[in-house]
Design a protein around this ligand. Structure first.
Ligand SMILES: Nc1ncnc2c1ncn2[C@@H]1O[C@H](COP(=O)(O)OP(=O)(O)O)[C@@H](O)[C@H]1O
Ligand SMILES: [Mg+2]
Length: 338
């Protein structure tokens, strides 16, 4: 199987590891899906990279792939597709003033034309992190629209695969309550996979053990550390900033946050008033709450350990990465010394 080209620290590398995830996508390709598969995982865990690999796999299985990634770093990656549907795409694009302004709708439209015009096609739609752009409040309706593509297609298809990714905990619940999609959880990279990615980076670099303790297998944090000349402080500062860990938040939740920093499962079994804190931490994408049992069928690729306190993973709740936890710890410390 061909490995996708992935851009990492500005260089092009081959997709690394995630053998089980690859196998799972091959199974989707072999069988097709009966409802959209929503993949939810920490920010920066590697969803976009996995989707690029998924596109490669599905094309090898003869699928016409439509791939939308509205938040892609490079413009040319926002919308890509298998060349076999070039004419249809061109036609739709030509009929619209600014197709990129509604690229998610446009791709759904293209998908239904492909079903109508091609003879029993294999068709795949990959929607990478679309909810931030179309609005978290529309996560449910878009999932339903995608389910309708499967259940009430505009034409006959042979097989269909629809994958959607999200790192927004809020959308996980919204989608989950309707049973319009199958939700699988994806985690940061395993120690082995992460080691391989670390090996790609040139010397001098900190020891692997130290990087693992900070990033906990999150490839985005590895990339940020590298780009910021391995300054944990700089990367941490930026995270504290974007997560809005301000005095109001810290004053309100200080004591409970300290407990959660020591053991994230405190958020699972803590007192009632912790519930609103949990919601705030989910909204800020600092934690993953309600982590399912580590049964392979509930996960895409390898699940994390049952509990791994060193990198902030509890049985039911985990910090998205050790650095997310460290951002909270550091902010608390600084708040106390004001
Ligand atoms: N399996 C992988 N092989 C190679 N590079 C990867 C892999 N997973 C992630 N990366 C790289 O790590 C960084 C963060 O991953 P990304 O896919 O953007 O995470 P997410 O989409 O979950 O936020 C990107 O530069 C990405 O290319
Ligand atoms: Mg992404």
């Amino acid at each position: 199987m061909k490995k996708a080209k992935i851009s990492f620290t500005g260089k092009e590398i081959e997709f690394i590891d995630r053998d089980i995830g690859i196998r799972q996508i091959e199974e989707f390709a072999e069988r097709g899906v009966v409802s959209p598969i929503v993949i939810y995982g920490p920010e920066g865990c590697g969803k976009t990279a996995l989707f690029k690999q998924a596109k490669t796999i599905l094309e090898e299985y003869g699928y016409h792939v439509i791939y939308v990634s509205p938040l892609a770093r490079e413009e040319r990656e926002i919308f890509t597709y298998t060349p076999t549907i070039h004419e249809i795409v061109e036609e739709v694009f030509k009929s619209l003033l600014d197709p990129y302004s509604r690229i998610v709708d446009v791709s759904i439209k293209i998908a239904s034309i492909v079903m109508r015009k091609l003879r029993k096609p294999r068709i795949a739609i990959l929607m990478d992190d679309i909810f931030q752009v179309i609005g978290l409040d529309k996560a449910e309706i878009y999932t339903k629209i995608l389910l309708n593509l499967i259940e009430y297609p505009s034409g006959d298809y042979e097989k269909i695969v629809i994958l959607v990714s999200t790192s927004e905990g809020v959308t996980r619940w919204r989608i989950g309550r309707h049973r319009w999609a199958d939700i699988l959880i994806m985690w940061n990279m395993s120690r082995d996979g992460f080691k391989q990615l670390y090996e790609v980076l040139p010397d001098p670099k900190p020891r692997f053990e130290d990087v693992w303790r900070i990033a906990g297998g999150n490839p985005d944090i590895l990339e940020r550390l590298y780009v910021n000349r391995w300054s944990v402080d700089v990367v941490l500062r930026k995270l504290i900033d974007v997560k809005r860990l301000d005095p109001y938040f810290l004053r309100k939740w200080g004591r409970h946050l300290e407990e959660a920093v020591a053991d994230p499962d405190y958020l699972w079994s803590g007192p009632d008033e912790v519930e609103s804190l949990v919601n705030e931490l989910i909204e800020r994408n600092l934690i993953i709450f309600h982590i399912p049992p580590r049964i392979q069928e509930l996960w895409i690729d390898t699940p994390p350990l049952e509990k791994d306190i060193e990198i902030g993973i509890g049985r039911h709740v985990a910090w998205q990465s050790p650095l997310h936890r460290e951002a909270v710890r550091r902010a608390l410390e600084e708040y106390k010394t004001i």
